[in-house]
Design a protein around this ligand. Structure first.
Ligand code: NI
Length: 411
């Protein structure tokens, strides 16, 4: 039996109206949480192919008496729990997809789907949210308002959240606030990372084709060297971050691909480059979205070539609302003790929870899942990624307490 870490001082063991204790409910549920997580771990499915996962989730939500909608954003599932009293609506989100990685863990619950692995912990997220639904469904009469459970496909290709929202996941009932979590290997199990404001970056993509003129390598004056222009472009793009982004703001411009030329004795007629731009701040994002294409075009022009640039906006930054963050911070302290609630370190990685957070105030937070003692220290997307399953009840209890604190005014 998995038990949570010791944190005697702040565990309130909050009594609900019907006399049950939330922490006892969660503890009773823990074997089921582990079973569910291992089942999903054994049966991983790639983005927008989460058919089996979605079917299992929908069945379970129906058994709990929730209103269930399937096919919300292709393979997404929405379950709505209507509380016994009127009130606001909070959305809880879990992502369900796995990664195209061959698992290298030798464990009984190893992936049974060759080349596909839950190497980011979305199996845990799905199990955790089913656990939250189980406990809250059992106390629906005590809940003021509604809880929408959003089981999202395709986070790894940052597409599922947007499609679910476009398909009405936040519409009926209209969502007032949202919470979500990620199991986090950068924090030990028993620690929760919370942060108000930006937590993860926006992720936009640019592609450019620079058209020069081919010539013999020994006669550069007869050509327009696309390789040289592309090189100049890659170097100069970095000056946008160092000279145009305010020094206290964060931004990354990375050219991840650069292709030019066919032989050592030919001046390349064209070059292609592709990169990503990451920011936390909307104004910095807007500025770079204008300046990256402008700079690429003008360098090409200055050197006698032409550039075509395509700039696509991907996910916005994941930004936590201050008041919602305080709710999570307090809920987390009740579960693991305030000494184990830390300020989360922001990352320039992207996460499509940002679309839910853009549509309604909320908080996305990190629940520590690594354990040096048992060697569960491999990072996300590693073929030996695995979590300490004590994170499951911790995640469930934190989400329940945050949800009740938001809906019922206090827990
Ligand atoms: Ni993930």
């Amino acid at each position: 039996m998995m038990l949570r870490s010791n944190h005697p001082t702040e565990r309130k063991g909050t009594e609900t109206v019907t006399g049950r204790m939330i922490d006892q409910e969660v503890e009773r549920l823990t074997p089921q949480l582990i079973e569910d997580r291992r089942y999903f771990h054994q049966h991983p499915e790639l983005a927008f192919h989460e058919e089996n996962t979605a079917r299992v989730v929908a069945e379970r939500l129906r058994e709990l008496g929730l209103e269930v909608r399937t096919g919300v954003g292709r393979t997404g599932v929405v379950g709505v729990l209507r509380g016994g009293r009127p009130g606001r609506t909070v959305l809880l989100r879990a992502d369900m997809d796995a990664l195209p990685i061959e698992e290298e863990n030798d464990v009984p619950y190893r992936s049974q789907n060759p080349g596909v692995m839950h190497a980011c912990g979305h199996d845990a997220h799905t199990a955790i949210l089913l656990g939250v639904a189980t406990v809250l469904a059992g106390m629906r009469e005590e809940i003021a308002g509604n809880v929408t459970f959003a089981f999202q496909p395709a986070e790894e290709i940052v597409s599922g959240a947007k499609e679910m929202i476009e398909a009405g996941a936040m519409a009926d009932p209209p969502v007032d606030a949202c919470f979500g979590l990620h199991v986090w290997q950068n924090l030990p199990v028993g620690v929760i990372g919370v942060r108000s404001g930006p937590l993860m970056a926006s992720g936009d993509v640019f592609r450019a084709v620079i058209r020069g003129r081919g010539a013999h390598a020994a006669e550069p004056h007869r050509g327009i060297d696309a390789t040289l222009i592309a090189s100049q472009t890659v170097v100069t793009l970095q000056s946008l971050v160092s000279r145009e982004v305010p020094p206290l703001e964060s931004a990354v411009v990375t050219v991840g691909q650069l292709h030019a030329g066919t032989a050592s004795n030919i001046i390349a007629s064209h070059a292609e480059l592709e990169g990503t731009v990451r920011t936390f701040d909307k104004e910095v994002r807007r500025h770079l979205s204008e300046r990256v294409p402008a700079l690429i075009r003008s360098i090409a022009e200055a050197m006698g070539a032409e550039a075509e640039v395509e700039y696509s906006f991907g996910v916005p930054a994941t930004v936590n609302d201050p008041a919602m963050t305080e709710i999570v911070r307090a809920a987390a302290a009740e579960v693991v003790g305030s000494e184990n609630v830390v300020e989360a370190t922001p990352t320039m990685g992207s996460e499509d929870m940002s679309f839910f957070l853009e549509a309604a105030p909320g908080c996305y937070f990190f629940v520590g899942s690594s354990n040096e003692g048992t060697g569960k220290t491999f990072g996300h997307h590693h073929p030996r990624f695995d979590i300490d399953e004590q994170v499951l009840p911790i995640g469930v209890e934190t989400l329940i307490r945050a949800t009740l604190a938001y809906l019922n005014g206090s827990d």
